[in-house]
Design a protein around this ligand. Structure first.
Ligand code: UFG
Length: 338
């Protein structure tokens, strides 16, 4: 298939682009480079062993998106592009609604006009809201606690409504748990702009000396060691989930399918720090701080539906996630060059 990969220069998009190419698909990277760097592109081409088509498009621009899809001969879209920082979304909610909702609307309109009928969407476990029981199953009600989360809930609803109106449309809603890790080469990885919001890139930047310590946000949660537990999964496993979902909606599945992508096993902040210390070979400076507002004690997937319907399972361990993150961060201490 020829696939439009929106946000293809980002963390998950870049790893997925490579796996699509390895699986024999033709992937076209579409990015506005507002939260990614152009210097990822030669690295991707080196790993793919071939040139990769790149289009610089702001997907909130309806005319530009229409032109992109009109001339693209695409069989499917994988839609990663969007803003994803929870705290920033509280400060700038309108930007989050404009960019995340706007890009999905322009893509869907353009797909409808030009006969592209398959879309895989980057959703998040954030749509399970604050009170969901673990392990989380796909049939739980959805809600959110911040504007970023609401954009995911709303984009899922827009996609469901679009599939009702157009019975030929096939949609995969992929609800990611906590993606971490990097390509085994150490040449591509996660490079957040500004201070990382998420635990793994924060730990990696402390380990490499860019920041002075890791703050543990709360050690009084009702968990075995008191720190928050999450379902971290390796970005390479996550990328493989997209290839599997694309195959499935290209053949068997009709309408809308919703799949959790996680390991099903939670890891605490302290366990993650221990594993990372083993990977980088030294202890990390840590300090216990108050709980972060909005955080929950535990979040982890029931991934059995994806296993049954996609034949997909996350296989890489926490130690592999830390080792691969460290290889990337230690060989690229400042991330991608400008
Ligand atoms: N944590 C720390 N110190 C840090 C950062 C995080 O102790 O500096 C802890 C958090 O309290 C939490 C765990 O590490 O217990 C993981 O935090 P992350 O920010 O990495 O991940 P979250 O699960 O909180 O957030 C993720 C996604 C969001 C999404 C959310 C809910 O990053 O996009 O899951 O699904 F909204």
């Amino acid at each position: 298939m020829r696939i439009l990969v929106s946000g293809g220069a980002g963390f998950i998009g870049s790893h997925t682009t490579l796996q699509l190419i390895a699986a024999g698909h033709d992937a076209v990277v579409v990015d506005d480079f507002s939260r990614s760097k152009r210097s990822v592109l030669p690295r991707l081409e080196a790993l793919a062993g071939r040139p990769i088509e790149v289009r610089v498009v702001d997907l909130t621009d309806r005319a530009a998106t229409d032109e992109l899809v009109a001339g693209g001969s695409f069989d499917a879209v994988i839609h990663f592009a969007g803003l994803k920082a929870v705290g920033e979304s509280v400060e700038k909610p309108l930007d989050y609604y404009r960019v995340n909702i706007g890009s999905t609307l322009s893509l869907l309109s353009a797909m409808g006009r030009h006969g592209v009928a398959r879309i895989v969407f980057s959703s998040s476990a954030t749509v399970y809201g604050a009170d969901a029981a673990v392990p989380m199953k796909e049939d739980l009600p959805t809600s959110a606690t911040n504007p970023y989360g609401w954009t995911k809930v709303m984009q899922e609803q827009i996609l469901r409504d679009a599939a009702v109106a157009d019975p030929t449309l096939r949609v995969a809603l992929l609800r990611y748990f906590n993606p971490v890790g990097a390509h085994a080469s150490g040449t591509i990885g996660e490079d957040p702009s500004g201070i990382p919001n998420n635990l793994m890139p924060l730990i990696a930047q402390v380990a490499v000396g860019r920041r002075d310590r890791v703050l543990i946000y709360g050690d009084d949660y009702p968990t075995p060691d008191g720190t928050g537990r999450r379902d971290y999964l390796h970005v390479e496993d996550l990328a493989a989930g997209h290839v599997a979902a694309l195959d499935r909606i290209g053949s068997v599945a009709a309408g809308v399918s919703t799949w959790n992508l996680g390991t099903g096993t939670p890891t605490s902040v302290k366990e993650m720090l221990d594993s990372f210390s083993r990977a980088c070979g030294h202890e990390l400076p840590v300090e216990v701080a108050p709980r972060r507002p909005g955080d929950i004690a535990e979040s982890y997937a029931d991934p059995s539906l994806a296993e049954a319907e996609l034949g997909w399972r996350a296989t890489r361990t926490i130690d592999q996630m830390c080792a691969d993150t460290w290889r990337w961060q230690s060989s690229n201490p400042d991330g991608y060059p400008d």
